[in-house]
Design a protein around this ligand. Structure first.
Ligand code: DQA
Length: 143
C-alpha cells in the first residue's frame, strides 16, 4: 500500500510556528516519525508540502494513479480552496483530512472545511498523532 501525505501552507514552519498550538517538532522530524510508524505496517509513504494551492492541485492530479490513499492537512486551504476540493473530487482519490489542532476550539472561520464531506473521515486535535491514526486506519483497509 502506498499513501501520499500532503501538508499545505505554513506547515513547513512546524517547530517555529505558534508552538503552543502546533508543537515544537519540525516537519522533517514529524515525517520521519510517520515513516517509522508506517514501516511497521509495511506501508510506503510519499511526503509533499507546498505553500501554493496550484502545486498541491498538481500533486494530487499527477499522483492519484500511483497511490492508494491521500492523507492531507491542507492548512488554511482547508477553509476555502474549492480548487483543491475539485482535484480530490475529479481524481476520486480516497482521502483523510488531518489537522494538528482542534479547529473547533479555535476561530469560527476554522470550523468550516470545504473537503470534510468528500473525505473518508477527519482527525483534528491530536497533534502529529493524527497522521499516524490515519495511517493506522488505512492499514486495515484493502488497497
Ligand atoms: C491546521 C488548522 C488550520 O486552520 C490552519 O490554517 C493551519 C493548520 C492544523 O493543522 O491545525 O495551517 O490545518
Amino acid at each position: 500500500m502506498k499513501i501520499l501525505i500532503i501538508n499545505g501552507p505554513n506547515l513547513n514552519f512546524l517547530g517555529k510556528r505558534e508552538p503552543d498550538i502546533y508543537g515544537y517538532k519540525t516537519l522533517d522530524i514529524v515525517n520521519k516519525e510517520i515513516e517509522m510508524f508506517a514501516n511497521f505496517y509495511n506501508i510506503e509513504i510519499e511526503f509533499f508540502q507546498s505553500n501554493h494551492e496550484g502545486f498541491i492541485i498538481d500533486k494530487i492530479q499527477e499522483s492519484y494513479k500511483n497511490v492508494d490513499y491521500l492523507i492531507i492537512n491542507p492548512g488554511a486551504l482547508t477553509h476555502y480552496s474549492i480548487g483543491m476540493r475539485d482535484a480530490i473530487l475529479s481524481t476520486s482519490i480516497k482521502t483523510i483530512e488531518v489537522h494538528l489542532s482542534n479547529v473547533y476550539s479555535r476561530e469560527k472561520f476554522r470550523h468550516k472545511s470545504v473537503i470534510s464531506d468528500i473525505c473518508i473521515g477527519k482527525i483534528a486535535g491530536f497533534g502529529i498523532e493524527g497522521y499516524k491514526m490515519a495511517v493506522q486506519y488505512l492499514s486495515n483497509l484493502k488497497k
